[in-house]
Structure formats: C-alpha cells, structure tokens
Design a protein around this ligand. Structure first.
Ligand SMILES: [Zn+2]
Length: 98
C-alpha cells in the first residue's frame, strides 16, 4: 500500500469510517512508515479537537489548527494543480494522436 493511498484513507480511518480490513492495512502501514505515522498523529489531534469543541483550548491551539489546515489544504491544492496539469498534457497528446 502506497503512502499516497494511506494519506487519503487517514481521515476516514481516524473517524472510524473504514472497514476492518482497511483498518488492518492502515495500522500495519503506520507501524512501518514514520512519515504516515506523523501525519496520522497530527490529523488525529486535529479531528479530536474538532469533535470535542468544549475541550478546545484557545489561542495557541487555534493557531496550531489554523497552521495545520493551511498546510493540509495547501497540499490538496498542490495535488489538484498537478492533476490538472497532467490532464492538460494528456489532452494535448490525445489531440495530436487523433
Ligand atoms: Zn507511508
């Protein structure tokens, strides 16, 4: 299982929306992969904060959350732009082939 797929599954995994089989695969990957484990811990913390608002301390934690969100969504935008670029190149290639 690649890190890319694990990253996609992590939010679902943390919220318990994944199947038993998937949980096993993710858990095994997390044990062997440090970067995914780090991401998992960060995401878990954030999701726990969101799900328990009364536990959310102010200012510092909020700042942390904002930073995390910025990084997380920044990554998504980056990924989307790569996909867009790939799609564009493929369209050009198809155009020349047909
Ligand atoms: Zn990984």
């Amino acid at each position: 299982m690649s890190c890319y797929l694990i990253e996609e599954l992590l939010p679902l995994y943390i919220e318990g929306d994944t199947s038993v089989e998937t949980n096993k695969i993710v858990a095994e990957h997390l044990q062997s992969c440090e970067s995914c484990r780090k991401l998992y811990l960060e995401m878990k913390e954030l999701i726990t904060l969101i799900q328990t608002p009364h536990l959310m301390p102010y200012i510092d934690e909020k700042e942390e959350k904002r930073k995390f969100e910025k990084r997380y969504y920044g990554k998504l935008i980056y990924r989307a732009s790569i996909m867009f670029g790939v799609g564009y190149v493929m369209m050009i290639i198809l155009y020349w082939l047909i």
